[in-house]
Design a protein around this ligand. Structure first.
Ligand code: AMP
Length: 293
């Protein structure tokens, strides 16, 4: 049976024991409401490490909208059962005060002086549209790494810009190696997301336009188009009529806040849009057949 801890300190002790016994620890940070995308990360971690540990923490520091934080789905019992079946040995939760006893002010708010600088990958797109989001991500991920001290940590390509922020953080800290796993999708191509449960049947049907737009951009790239502006135009044309936050391309190995000008030999197409009250994001590489980077 999977071990469960409600306090980071207890989780840290368990992880230290595992390391002391010479076992390698694979770590998968999540916000719970687990789906097949998360479980694919767990299985990959299981294949590459002796034991797998998963954090389940809806991190208030990374939510820029209070309503999004409050209604984020939470079901620890269901999550622990799914993790057990996927081969994880330990799951832990925590509270903001449990993770950051010294960083909270008297009124319980987080002292911004202790926020991690998310660095250059936080420029543009999600970083520009969600102020403070990546500082909140980097701050909790650093604390999670310090708690678990994993041999490897696993993140999904679904949140591409986040993978860049986390890689930059790990580079600064000197560890751990970051493994980026491909996006798990529904049969029609929609990326799995904990927020998909909030889509109405009609919105769910319309959401398939996102993977189709990404595929249209891939087809143009495969046909020889390399101009960033044209590849982005294909995305935007495919998503006409949607409430777009962005539909754009970047060089995946040279992140820029703005859309690059000129031609791209490697490209990642990124989309964020709102369908009713739900915000969806997705991306795919254009220079690979399966979209993985
Ligand atoms: P979240 O719980 O949304 O913070 O996600 C936890 C981890 O799972 C992050 O590294 C995400 O990128 C990853 N993830 C979320 N959805 C998917 C998906 N559809 N496929 C692969 N990884 C995912």
């Amino acid at each position: 049976m999977i071990q469960r801890f409600g306090e980071p300190q207890a989780a840290a002790r368990w992880c230290a024991e595992q390391r002391a016994q010479g076992r390698t620890l694979g770590f998968v940070p999540t916000m719970g409401a687990l789906h097949e995308g998360h479980l694919a990360l767990v299985r990959r971690a299981r294949a590459e490490n002796d034991v797998v540990c998963v954090s389940i923490f809806v991190n208030p520091l990374q939510f820029d909208e209070k309503s999004d934080f409050e209604r984020y789905p939470r079901d620890f019992e269901a999550d622990a059962g799914a993790l057990d079946a996927a081969g994880a040995q330990m799951a832990f939760t925590g509270t903001l005060a449990g993770f950051f006893s010294r960083e909270l002010r008297a009124d319980g708010s987080f002292d911004p002086a202790f926020l991690e600088d998310p660095g250059a990958p936080a420029q543009g797109l999600e970083g520009a549209l969600r102020p403070g989001h990546f500082a909140g991500v980097a701050t909790i991920v650093r604390r999670l790494f310090e708690t678990v001290r994993p041999a490897r940590a696993y993140f999904g390509q679904k949140d591409f810009q986040q993978t860049l922020v986390v890689r930059e953080l790990a580079r600064r800290l000197g560890a751990p190696p970051i493994v980026v796993c491909p996006t798990t999708r529904e049969r029609d191509g929609l990326a799995l997301s904990s927020r998909n449960v909030f889509l109405s049947a009609e919105e769910r049907a319309r959401a398939v336009a996102i993977p189709r737009a990404l595929e249209a951009a891939r087809a143009r790239f495969a046909a020889g188009e390399r101009r960033a502006s044209e590849l982005a135009r294909v995305l935007r044309d495919s998503l006409a009529g949607f409430a777009l936050d962005y539909a754009t391309v970047r060089d995946p190995e040279c992140w820029t806040g703005e859309e690059p000008q000129g031609e791209l030999e490697r490209a990642v197409a990124l989309v964020a849009l709102r369908l009713g009250a739900v915000r969806l994001i997705d991306n795919r590489a254009l220079h690979t057949q399966d979209g993985a980077l």
